[in-house]
Structures are given as C-alpha cells and as structure tokens.
Design a protein around this ligand. Sequence first.
Ligand code: SF4
Ligand code: SF4
Length: 293
Amino acid sequence: MIVGVGGQGVIMISKVLALLCQSQGYQVKQSEVHGMAKRGGGVFCHVRFGEEVWSPTIPMGEADMLIALEWAEGLRWLPFLRPETGIFIADTQRIVPPFACRNRAVGAQTAYAKETPAEILEKVSDGYALDAGGFASELGDARAANTILLGALSASLDFADEDWLKIIAKFVPKGSEKVNERAFGKGRDWIEEVRNNPDEMLPDAPPPAMPAMPAGDVEINLEIVDAWCKSCNICVRLCPERCLELNELQIVRLNDPDACTGCRLCEWLCPDFAITVNRVRLNNNRKGKREAA
Ligand code: SF4
Ligand code: SF4
C-alpha cells in the first residue's frame, strides 16, 4: 500500500511499481482513491502483483509493505500492515491539515498525531522513518521525495536498479531524470545503511507547532517558485488572512503583505512545495543587518 496526501506523488509511486512488476512478467492489479486530493486530502493506492492476482484491493492486516509519504497518513493505515512480517517505510514529513491549525496563536500546538517515530517503529515488525523531504531538498529538488521512498522500497524487492530507473524516467518531469536517479540511490543507500546500523535512525521530531515569532521587528516574505505552482488554489482558499490570490497567469502571489502573519499554513498545505515563508528579524541596533528568524 502507498499512502499520503494529494500532490505528493502517491499515485506516481504506485504506477511505477505496477508497471515495473508488469514488465517483469507478473500479473498486476492496482487501485487508487484520490477524490480529495485537490484539497490536500488523503490518497491511497493498493498494488498487488504475483503469478495470478484475483482482487485489486488488499484486506486489512495483509499488506506486505506500507509506504507512507506523510507521517499521520502512515499511522492511519497501519492496521492494513501484516503484523508479523509487514515492512513500514514512512516519511516523517508532517503536512498539517487545515482543521488541525484552528488555534493560530503563535507557538500553539497543532491537533496532529502525537506519536513519535520511535513509538511507532516499536509496534511494527520492520519499520523505517526517514526525512525523505529533507533528503530531496538537499539533492536540489524537494519534489523528488517520492523517488527517495521508491529507492527505500526497492531494497525489499528483487528487481534490478536499471529496471526501476527506466520506469521512473517515464513518470518524472522532463529534465529531472538525473536528480530523481540520485534520489532513488539516496533512498536505497539510506535504508541499507540503517539495516546495517539500526541506531542511525532519525531522532524523534516533536509534533509541529505554529511558529513562535521572535521578539523585535520581523519582516515576512514569501518565496514562490512560479514553475511549481499548478494553480490548485488550496493556499488561496485556506490562508486565514486572505492575503493570497492567483494572478492573471493563475500563479499564486501575495496580494497584501501587511496582512500576512507568517503562519506558514500556505507552505505546509501547498502540495507542490511552491511556497516557502521566510521570516527575517530586522536588527534595530545595527542598521540594515538582517538575521533569519
Ligand atoms: S504565511 Fe501569510 S500568506 Fe501564508 S497562509 Fe499564513 S498569512 Fe497566509
Ligand atoms: S502555491 Fe498555492 S495555488 Fe500554487 S500549487 Fe501551491 S497551493 Fe496550489
């Protein structure tokens, strides 16, 4: 099973896996539910392959692998994992749903799953939690997080790397084949390293909180990657201060900078990583000096 939220590439992973299995001579059945994807809602896919496959869906407790692109979605689907032998691979990325952010006071905790990776990994037979989003950003393209997870998944299946990469290249945006190849290798290397040194696993991350504003004057600016904005309107509709809009090219822009509180909801909710909220502290003692806040 592959799970996550809309825009993360859940369906891309399931299609790569299904096509790869088919190309290796297996019978494959794949099914997906993505009705709420456009609102940042849950998306899940079942992929079954073998000599002969009768049903497209996996019954509860019978998934051999559960791949989660978002932490809370991974927890939601854990009952589907085979308790004795199932493999759980989850990105620790937390995409906070809008209703979990109703308390927008600075520093307020969001109503998000409280379980830490260590608590969850103790409950599964074979579990891995990784910062796939962070690894992908280090490689230069935050959108390649799903390919990092494919690399991690590949270490448990007996298919050649070149066959994986051939299929992945069919699904990634043109020009991003190289970064996705590196992302695949990174996911594969990471999981092999952790299997050899289980203590190397990520430290527990605390549940997300609304960012605390530092003291003093703070300048907020939004970095928007136009090419990554696909005009879905999610950020515009969910910005609590109503200070975003789509321009004449249907690309998001900040239309009222004074109203923006820097709450980062738009950054968390954008499925395409198109927005980064920067908060810069203006140091009044030394005129002109700025520090990242
Ligand atoms: S950071 Fe600013 S633009 Fe983004 S959701 Fe918050 S108030 Fe709106
Ligand atoms: S920036 Fe806003 S409109 Fe553009 S893809 Fe992200 S959420 Fe959608």
